[in-house]
Design a binder for this molecule. Structure first.
Ligand code: FE2
Length: 313
């Protein structure tokens, strides 16, 4: 591990964008992903599974399938209408780590674009996000898939996936160091409460800050072996809460607004049991949209008791 890593400072100049620039009018009322997007996602997931198996077996990263299939697939899917809708319905089957890597990369790239990152930063963000969790392949299955709480020693080992990922990417010699740094830092938090090094604020690379928001969002929105799926509104509340202290506020708010804007037209289930369609997102309260239910439209920002529980097909 290089020492300059620990003390490096990065400015926020990576984010040249302001939230008010994120467009809020829906560009399309059709939010279903296309057939080709579904096929691309399937192909990318199976290639990623191959890459992960090779890491598990021989402790090395296969660059070719990443460059030939996975990276271009993420690039393509990040511009697909309805990709949020699709991603929110994934994560309930096998291949969790593959699906998670690809979903995090797609959403990170979208967010990086909304933050107006340079082309080079977008490339590092895409590739680093695909690789962010590969260190998990060095963690024993008994720990990864344990249905009950981890012991202290097991949790310490789990946290090492960040360092293992960094070492693996560094060893390939093919990836810029920032990509290894994303793997190392995606569980660090701005207030120093993260791991593995309790880094703070600008000790954490701006691209790692983007991946950490998306990683946290996607992990919460997926069904895992050790718990049931978290209701959608609880994820939004948690991100809102963590935006002050844990995550970069600009990155988090831009993400929430971008996601809710893209979910216009999506069918949702509400906490009162009714189903409706997201119609209008307010810039002031992006996570409390107006929902069409039957012949009426209800405004969640005015109806404090009613919340979105989940996205439905
Ligand atoms: Fe992770």
């Amino acid at each position: 591990m290089r020492n300059e890593f620990e003390s490096s400072k990065e400015s926020h100049s990576h984010y040249k964008h302001f939230m008010s620039d994120v467009p809020f009018s829906p560009t399309s009322t059709d939010v279903s992903p296309t057939e080709s997007a579904l096929m691309t996602l399937h192909l990318a997931t199976s290639e990623m599974t191959k890459v992960l198996k090779e890491i598990r077996k021989n402790n090395r990263i296969l660059i070719q399938p990443l460059q030939d299939v996975v990276f271009p697939a993420v690039q393509m899917m990040s511009s697909e209408p309805g990709i949020f809708n699709l991603i929110l319905q994934l994560g309930q089957k096998d291949d969790y780590t593959s699906q998670h890597s690809i979903a995090v990369a797609i959403l990170s790239l979208k967010l990086g674009r909304a933050l107006n990152l340079s082309f080079e930063d977008q490339t590092d963000l895409l590739q680093g996000a695909v690789l962010h969790d590969i260190g998990k392949l060095r963690i024993p299955d008994e720990i990864l898939n344990k249905p009950t709480s981890l012991t202290h020693a097991e949790y310490e080992e789990m946290k090492r996936h960040t360092v293992y990922g960094y070492e693996l990417i560094e060893r390939t010699g093919a990836a810029p160091e920032v990509q290894a740094r994303i793997a190392l830092e995606h569980h660090e938090r701005l207030n120093g409460s993260g791991y593995p090094y309790n880094k703070k604020d600008d000790e954490i690379h701006p691209l790692s800050k983007i991946v950490s928001v998306i990683d946290s969002f996607h992990a919460m929105s997926s069904m895992r072996v050790y718990r049931d799926q978290i209701p959608f509104y609880e994820i939004l509340v948690k991100l809102h809460h963590d935006m002050f202290g844990m995550f970069d506020p600009l990155v988090t708010l831009t993400f929430l607004r971008m996601m809710m804007n893209e979910l216009v037209g999506t069918h949702v289930e509400l906490s009162n049991g009714e189903r409706g369609v997201i119609k209008v997102i307010s810039p002031q309260a992006p996570t409390l949209p107006m929902i069409e239910v039957g012949q009426t439209v209800i405004d969640l920002s005015q109806m404090t008791g009613i919340k979105i529980v989940r996205i439905v097909e």
